[in-house]
Design a protein around this ligand. Structure first.
Ligand code: MLT
Ligand code: ZN
Length: 471
C-alpha cells in the first residue's frame, strides 16, 4: 500500500509517484536487477539493516543488489523519481551509522557487493581497476602475483569493500607510509543521485582539467554519489618484513619511540594499545600473554623493504628503554603479534555494544588527553584505548555507557578533542554518529560550502540523508 513521504523529506518530484508505493518500486527494481536481487523478507534484509557492532540498526524499505554500473544507474534513477532515500552499502564494516538504514526513514539499501570484478593489473602504470564490491583481502591476493600491493590495509580486510573504503576515505594501519585511501585512488566511476554516470577511470597521473571530482567523492560517505568502480594506485610489494611488539611504561615512551622510528624509510606501521585492552583480548580470544609482565602501553611496529629491515629496526628498539620486545620475521609469527592489536575490535564487541569515538590528536597533546580522559568521562563508561599512534589516531571505545549518558559523553570527549586542536573523526567518518558535532571540526563557512556541494549534486536529498550534514 502507498505510504506517505517520511517526515522531513521532500515529496517525490515525478508526478507519476504521488506517494511512495513500495510494491510498485520493488516491481520496477526487479525488472532492472532481477527479482532475486530485490530483498523484502525481513529475515533476508536483517544483515543489511544492522552495523556489526549492533549500535546502528534500522528498517530498510527494501534491499536492492545491482550487478553492474548500468543497473546502479537505473536503480538510482527510479529511487530518485520516487523520492526514496538511498543508503549505499558495501561490506557494512562502517562504524558511524552511515551504511545502514534508519528506523523510520524508509531508505532503500543499495548493496554494491555484486560489483566484485577485479581487472587485470596494468604493470606499466602500476594500477588496477576494481568494482566497488571487491573485498580488500581479495585485492591484496590478486595484485601480489604482479609483485605489487595496494598501500591501504586494515583489520577488517576480510569484509571491507573498496567502495566503502573510498566512500569513507579509510585509513587503517599503513597510513604512515602510504597515506589514506585518497592517496591511493587514481580515478573513479560513480553514479549521481539522478542516475548520471561520471567516468574518471582513466587514472592519468597528470590531468589538470578543472575540479578534482574524484577527490571530492572520496570520503563523501555516500552523500554525493555512489562509487561503482575505482582505478587504484599500486606500490611495490616489499618482500622482507619484520614485526615487533614492545611493552612500555607510558604513552610518552611510546611516542619517543615513534619519533626515533620515523627516520626509518622501512617503517610501515606503528600501532598502540593499552593494558586494559590487552587483558580483554586475552580473555576473549584465549591468546597467550605476549610477555610475562603486563605493561601500561604496547607499541606494535612493522618495517618492510627489499632488504631485511630487521637490523635497522633492532638498532632503534635497543634504545627503547625499560620494557620488553618480541620480534617476529616469519609470517605466522608476525600475524600472532599483530593479533593482539587487530583483535581489539571483536573483543570489545564481544563484551557489549561500544560507544566508538575515533579521533585524531596532535601527537604532543595525546598523553595529556589520555590522562585527562577519566575527568572528562566522570565515571560514565569503561574506556578501551587503541589505534594508529603514528598519526595520533586514537580509538576511544567505551563500554557500559548508560543510554541517557551517551550524548553527553560523546559531546564531552569530542569537545575536549577540538579544544586541543584535534579532529572529531580521524578515519571512520562523520556518518550519522557525529553529524551534529561537525561544527567542532569545521567552520560555518566550510559547512556552508559543503551544503552547496550537496545541493548541487543531490538536489532532492535522496543520498544518505542525515549523514555528514544533519538537517
Ligand atoms: C581499527 O583500527 O581496528 C579499526 O578502526 C576498527 C575499530 O576502530 O574498531
Ligand atoms: Zn582504526
Amino acid at each position: 500500500a502507498p505510504s506517505p513521504v517520511p517526515p522531513g523529506r521532500r515529496a517525490p518530484y515525478d508526478e507519476e509517484w504521488p506517494t511512495v508505493d513500495t510494491d510498485r518500486l520493488a516491481q520496477r527494481l526487479s525488472a532492472v536487477v532481477g527479482p532475486a536481487h530485490v530483498l523484502r523478507d525481513p529475515a533476508l534484509c536483517a544483515s543489511y539493516e544492522t552495523d556489526f557492532t549492533g549500535r546502528y540498526r534500522g528498517r530498510a524499505r527494501l534491499v536492492v543488489r545491482p550487478g553492474d554500473t548500468a543497473q546502479v544507474a537505473q536503480v538510482l534513477r527510479l529511487c530518485h523519481a520516487a523520492g526514496v532515500p538511498v543508503v549505499a552499502q558495501g561490506g557494512n564494516t562502517g562504524l558511524v551509522g552511515a551504511s545502514v538504514p534508519t528506523p523510520d526513514g524508509g531508505e532503500v539499501v543499495l548493496s554494491l557487493r555484486r560489483l566484485d570484478c577485479i581487472g587485470d593489473v596494468d604493470p606499466a602504470a602500476g594500477q588496477v581497476t576494481v568494482g566497488a564490491g571487491v573485498v580488500l583481502s581479495d585485492l591484496h591476493r590478486h595484485v601480489a602475483a604482479y609483485g605489487l600491493q595496494f598501500g591501504v590495509d586494515l583489520a577488517a580486510r576480510d569484509s571491507a569493500t573498496l567502495g566503502g573504503m573510498i566512500a569513507t576515505n579509510a585509513g587503517g594501519e599503513r597510513v604512515v607510509r602510504y597515506g589514506t585511501t585518497r592517496a591511493n585512488v587514481a580515478g573513479l566511476e560513480a553514479v549521481l543521485a539522478d542516475g548520471t554516470v561520471l567516468d574518471r577511470l582513466a587514472g592519468l597521473p597528470k590531468d589538470n582539467t578543472g575540479y578534482d571530482l574524484t577527490g571530492l567523492l572520496i570520503g563523501s560517505e555516500g552523500t554525493l554519489a555512489v562509487v561503482t568502480r575505482a582505478r587504484l594506485r599500486l606500490v611495490p610489494r616489499l618482500p622482507e618484513r619484520v614485526t615487533a611488539l614492545v611493552g612500555l611504561d607510558s604513552l610518552r615512551a611510546a611516542l619517543d619511540l615513534v619519533a626515533r622510528l620515523r627516520v626509518l624509510d622501512s617503517l610501515e606501521l606503528a600501532e598502540f594499545f593499552m593494558a586494559e585492552g590487552l587483558a580483554l583480548v586475552l580473555e576473549t580470544t584465549g591468546l597467550p600473554a605476549p610477555f610475562r609482565t603486563a605493561y601500561p602501553v604496547y607499541l606494535l611496529v612493522e618495517c618492510a623493504g627489499r632488504r631485511d629491515p630487521a637490523e635497522e629496526l633492532a638498532d632503534v628498539l635497543d634504545g627503547a628503554g625499560p620494557g620488553e620486545t618480541a620480534v617476529a620475521l616469519a609470517d605466522a609469527d608476525r600475524r600472532r603479534l599483530t593479533a593482539y592489536r587487530e583483535r581489539h575490535t571483536e573483543s570489545i564487541n564481544a563484551a557489549g555494544v561500544p560507544l566508538k569515538l575515533d579521533v585524531t590528536l596532535p601527537l604532543a597533546e595525546l598523553p595529556g588527553f589520555v590522562a585527562e580522559l577519566p575527568r572528562v568521562l566522570a565515571g560514565r563508561g569503561r574506556p578501551y584505548l587503541f589505534g594508529h599512534l603514528a598519526e595520533g589516531n586514537l580509538h576511544v571505545n567505551l563500554l557500559d555507557v548508560a543510554a541517557e549518558d551517551e550524548e553527553a559523553v560523546t559531546s564531552a570527549v569530542l569537545q575536549r578533542v577540538a579544544a586541543v586542536g584535534g579532529s572529531i573523526s580521524a578515519e571512520h567518518g562523520v556518518g550519522r554518529a557525529k553529524a551534529r558535532h561537525l561544527r567542532l571540526s569545521r567552520s560555518e563557512a566550510e559547512i556552508a560550502v559543503m551544503r552547496s556541494v550537496k545541493a548541487a549534486l543531490d538536489p532532492q536529498g535522496v543520498l544518505n540523508p542525515g549523514v555528514v550534514l544533519d538537517g
